[in-house]
Write a protein that binds this ligand. Structure first.
Ligand code: S3P
Length: 184
């Protein structure tokens, strides 16, 4: 079994849709030799339905319940992992509390300009919130959620004009440093 790095057991990537949580998460998981837990994927695997189907049939609140369960499960797992948390995970106070209080979790907030996010994600797709005017929605949600992401983040990384490889390398360095400081 993979072992934690001096106290860091889960590296959790948070941030808006389109910041590259899944892509960076995959690279990071490869570099650390840990599995990637992708929150939306977990929900889809557990329910046998897509995020869009859950959203359309059961509504956003039901989806947020599943999102919370996926996060808490991931954080409670004693095995190390990289967690790509869904963008809305910071909306619930209980989730923010879990992210802040889970001692072994290191939270990385990925940020990007809303125009850049819109260019990366395009329209709708598997994200029901982005069906209409994605850039305006991303701008509004970024502003609404900024303080929530800040509340849980151990570190913030700007992803504009940076490759996913570069960001993953940077996170590995930060985690190594965090581990040294943590073990001092
Ligand atoms: C959402 C983000 C999406 C997905 C859903 C809602 C959000 O995940 O969970 O469409 O509220 O920010 P990603 O951040 O992985 O795209």
């Amino acid at each position: 079994m993979a072992t934690s790095r001096n106290g860091v057991r889960h590296v959790v990537l948070v941030g808006m849709m389109g910041t590259g949580k899944t892509t960076v998460g995959q690279l990071l998981a490869g570099r650390l030799g840990w599995p990637l837990v992708d929150s939306d994927e977990r929900i889809e695997a557990a329910t046998g339905r897509t995020v869009r189907e859950i959203w359309a049939t059961d509504g956003e609140t039901a989806f947020r319940e599943l999102e919370q369960a996926a996060l808490l499960d991931a954080l409670a797992d004693p095995r190390p992992s990289v967690v790509a948390a869904a963008g809305g995970v910071v909306l619930r106070a209980a989730n923010r509390e879990a992210l802040v209080s889970a001692e072994a979790a290191f939270v990385v907030w990925l940020v990007a300009d809303p125009a850049e996010l819109a260019a990366r994600v395009g329209e709708g797709g598997h994200r029901p919130l982005l069906d209409d005017d994605p850039e305006a929605v991303l701008r509004r949600l970024s502003a609404e959620r900024e303080e929530l992401y800040r509340e849980v983040a151990d570190v913030v990384l700007d992803t504009d004009d940076r490759s996913a490889e570069d960001i993953a390398d940077h996170v590995v360095e930060i985690v190594a440093r965090a581990a040294v400081e943590g073990s001092a």
